[in-house]
Design a protein. Structure first.
Ligand code: MN
Length: 296
């Protein structure tokens, strides 16, 4: 008997391989830029604006603390996910914290903030593999000026699904996976899943057809809806069908991102993402006149 299928499988639009060269953000983040650099426009993948992946890299032990010094953001959220190593953060709203493997730092820049991001001091001294993702999530027009704030989410706080047959574990950062909710508060519907699959492990889930949905293979090699996705490849789904079926050919770590598109104009200039060019000009003026606060 064929099982009754209530959902259609999500079609795959394209599987992007890892971009040819990494770029440096400051001197601490050696990142491959998938969104928008690999050719995935901010409108196509809305509400996601940027995805930088620091694929595992050993910076070596250093007394000098590597990272990126004080810089502004306005109009969106920065989401940092640590896989290996640890990252420290300080911002002009008075928040600071360190994230360790499995933790997430969800910073809502909103109306404007200054921050700096560094390798955590002890990790920096010791060295070792460093692996992380930074994702930028847009804010709807009505929320772009919300006061800046910060969610420190530890791996213990994530929604957890232990997959049957020892297939692996899903950590729900935001949204819901098969009914289990994640802790992050978001301004538009966003699903963000940190998935670990054992070799041979399988999972099945559904996400709305209308949500822009993609998957990054952090480690390993998987079959996604029957298509092979290599390590560091980025699977962009079409907005057709709901079901995602994954099978791991080896032990794998995956990041699934899915969100309801924000159908509003995007005016993007470096660390500012607004709706119009005029708002970009204003954001630069606000930054230059010190309205985003002070950070040493
Ligand atoms: Mn930043």
């Amino acid at each position: 008997m064929y099982p009754y299928k209530a959902h259609m499988k999500k079609a795959i639009e394209r599987i992007f391989e890892k971009p040819a060269r990494p770029g440096m953000v400051g001197d601490g983040f050696r990142v491959y830029n998938y969104i928008p650099g690999a050719g995935i426009s901010q409108q196509r993948i809305s509400p996601f604006l940027l995805l930088d992946f620091n694929a595992a890299f050993d910076f070596g032990p250093s007394e000098h603390i590597r990272g990126v010094d004080v810089h502004p953001h306005k109009g969106f959220e920065t989401v940092s996910i640590a896989y290996k190593g640890s990252v420290a953060h300080h911002d002009s709203a008075g928040n600071s914290g360190v994230i360790y493997p499995g933790d997430v730092q969800w910073m809502t820049a909103g109306g404007g903030i200054l921050h700096k991001e560094y390798h955590e001091q002890e990790f920096s001294k010791k060295g070792g593999p460093f692996e992380m993702v930074q994702l930028w999530v847009n804010l709807p027009k009505k929320d772009k000026s919300t006061p800046a704030h910060y969610q420190a989410i530890t791996k213990e706080q994530m929604g957890k699904i232990v997959l049957p047959d020892n297939a692996g574990l899903v950590n729900v950062i935001a949204g819901a996976f098969n009914g289990v909710k994640g802790p992050a508060e978001t301004y538009s519907p966003v699903n963000l899943f940190d998935i670990k699959l054992e070799k041979g492990g399988e999972l099945s889930t559904t996400l709305p057809a209308g949500y822009n949905t993609a998957l990054l293979v952090i480690n390993g090699h998987v079959e996604v809806n029957g298509h092979s996705a290599n390590e560091h490849s980025f699977v962009l789904f079409k907005n057709e069908g709901e079901e995602i079926d994954i099978k791991a050919n080896e032990e794998s770590v995956l990041l699934v991102l899915s969100g309801e598109p924000i159908n509003e104009p995007i005016a993007s200039y470096g660390p500012f993402v607004m709706n119009t060019q005029q708002e970009i000009v204003e954001a630069i003026q606000e930054f230059q006149s010190g309205k985003f606060g002070y950070l040493e």
